[in-house]
Design a protein around this ligand. Structure first.
Ligand code: GYE
Length: 330
C-alpha cells in the first residue's frame, strides 16, 4: 500500500515538473532558476511591416536598443499581413525564445496564437498597437501611445481653427489600416470632439492603409467626388504626404485651399508642416526600443512590468515644426 502511495506521489511530482517545463502558463515571472545572463537572452520581434516613416523609425530604434543592451533580437517583417505575423510568432515559440514582442497589425484574431505562447510559458509584450482579447493574461505588458487621445488632439485643433466660422466644414478622413488599433481609435477620438458642432461634416472616409501611395490614390478619387472639401484628416503623415501630391496634381494648394491635419510627426511630415503644406501634426513617438528592453529585463529578473505603459507625446503647429526640425531624431 505504502509503495503504491509513494509511486503515486512520485508520478504526481513528475507531472508537476513536466508542467513546470512547459511553463504552466505562468507568463509573468522570469525562470524559476533566476535571471539569465543578459547576453543569453533571445527576444523574437514580429513587426507589422515597413508601411510608413513611423514604422521604419520604430524598427531602427528597437533594433538599436537591443544591440546596445547586448540582447539578441530575432526580427521579422510581416508586410502588413496578420497571417505572416502569426507564422512568425509560432516560429518564435518553436525556437523557445525568452520573450516575444509584437505590434499587432489588426486588433482581432490573436487569442489562439497568444494561448500557444502562454502554454509554452513564453511571455508576450505588445508594442505600439493593442489586441482586443478579453483575457489580458495573454500578454504581460502593452507599451505604446493612446490613439484615442491622439484623435482628440487632432479634433481639438480643427474645432479651434474653425471656431469663428459658421459655414459647414467638409472633411475627408484618410483612415489607417482597416481593423488596426490606431485607425479605430484615431477615428473615434476625432469623431468625439468634432461632434460638438454639427457644422463639421465628414463627407468621405476611406482607408489608405497608412501608406503614401494609399493616401495619394484615395485623395485623388475623393477629390473628384468632393471638390469643395475644406480639410483632410489623415491618420498618419505618410497618407498626408500622399494627399499633398494629389492636391497639387489637382492644381490646388495644400495647407491653404485644403487644410491638412495628421498624426506621427516623422521628419518628412514635419518638413511639410514647416513648409506650410500641412497645418497641424499630433505626435506619435516610434521610439519604443529602450522601454521594450527594460520590460524584457524586468521579466528576466522575475519582476512584473506595468500592464500599460503610455508613450508621452506632444503636438506641432507650423512654427513649432520649424523650431523642432533641426533636432528631430526620426
Ligand atoms: O501612426 C503609422 C504606422 O501603429 C502608431 O502605424 C502606429 C502607426 C503609425 O504605420 O504611421
Amino acid at each position: 500500500m505504502k509503495k503504491t502511495f509513494i509511486g503515486l506521489a512520485a508520478a504526481g511530482a513528475m507531472l508537476l515538473t513536466l508542467a513546470g517545463c512547459a511553463g504552466g502558463g505562468d507568463t509573468t515571472a522570469g525562470s524559476s532558476e533566476g535571471p539569465k545572463p543578459v547576453d543569453e537572452l533571445v527576444v523574437g520581434f514580429a513587426q507589422v511591416g515597413a508601411e510608413s516613416g513611423w514604422r521604419t523609425a520604430n524598427t531602427t530604434d528597437i533594433q538599436a536598443a537591443f544591440k546596445d543592451a547586448g540582447i539578441e533580437l530575432k526580427f521579422s517583417d510581416a508586410q502588413q499581413k496578420q497571417e505572416n505575423q502569426i507564422k512568425a510568432i509560432r516560429s518564435y515559440i518553436q525556437q523557445g525564445v525568452d520573450v516575444i514582442a509584437f505590434s499587432p497589425v489588426v486588433e482581432t484574431g490573436w487569442d489562439a496564437v497568444l494561448n500557444e505562447a502562454k502554454a509554452a510559458g513564453i511571455p508576450v509584450v505588445l508594442t505600439d498597437r493593442a489586441v482586443d482579447s478579453q483575457d489580458d493574461s495573454l500578454y504581460v505588458s502593452f507599451l505604446g501611445s493612446d490613439f484615442v487621445e491622439e484623435g482628440k488632439k487632432a479634433g481639438d485643433w480643427v474645432v479651434e481653427e474653425y471656431k469663428d466660422s459658421t459655414d459647414p466644414v467638409k472633411i475627408i478622413q484618410l483612415e489607417g489600416t482597416t481593423g488596426a488599433a490606431p485607425a479605430i481609435d484615431r477615428a473615434e477620438g476625432f469623431a468625439d470632439v468634432i461632434a460638438a458642432d454639427d457644422k463639421f461634416e465628414v463627407v468621405a472616409s476611406q482607408t489608405g492603409d497608412f501608406t503614401r501611395a494609399g493616401g495619394k490614390q484615395v485623395t485623388e478619387a475623393l477629390l473628384k467626388s468632393n471638390p469643395d472639401v475644406d480639410l483632410i484628416y489623415a491618420h498618419n503623415d505618410d497618407m498626408a504626404l500622399g494627399a499633398i501630391e494629389a492636391i497639387e496634381a489637382a492644381g490646388l494648394t495644400p495647407g491653404v485651399d485644403i487644410k491638412i491635419v495628421s498624426v506621427d510627426a516623422v521628419k518628412d511630415g514635419m518638413q511639410a508642416l514647416a513648409d506650410g503644406k500641412i497645418n497641424f501634426i499630433v505626435e506619435c513617438s516610434p521610439l519604443l526600443g529602450k522601454q521594450l528592453v527594460q520590460i524584457v529585463e524586468q521579466i528576466n529578473n522575475g519582476e512584473t512590468p506595468e500592464k500599460r505603459i503610455i508613450t508621452e507625446e506632444t503636438t506641432f503647429d507650423q512654427e513649432q515644426a520649424v523650431a523642432a526640425l533641426p533636432d528631430r531624431q526620426y
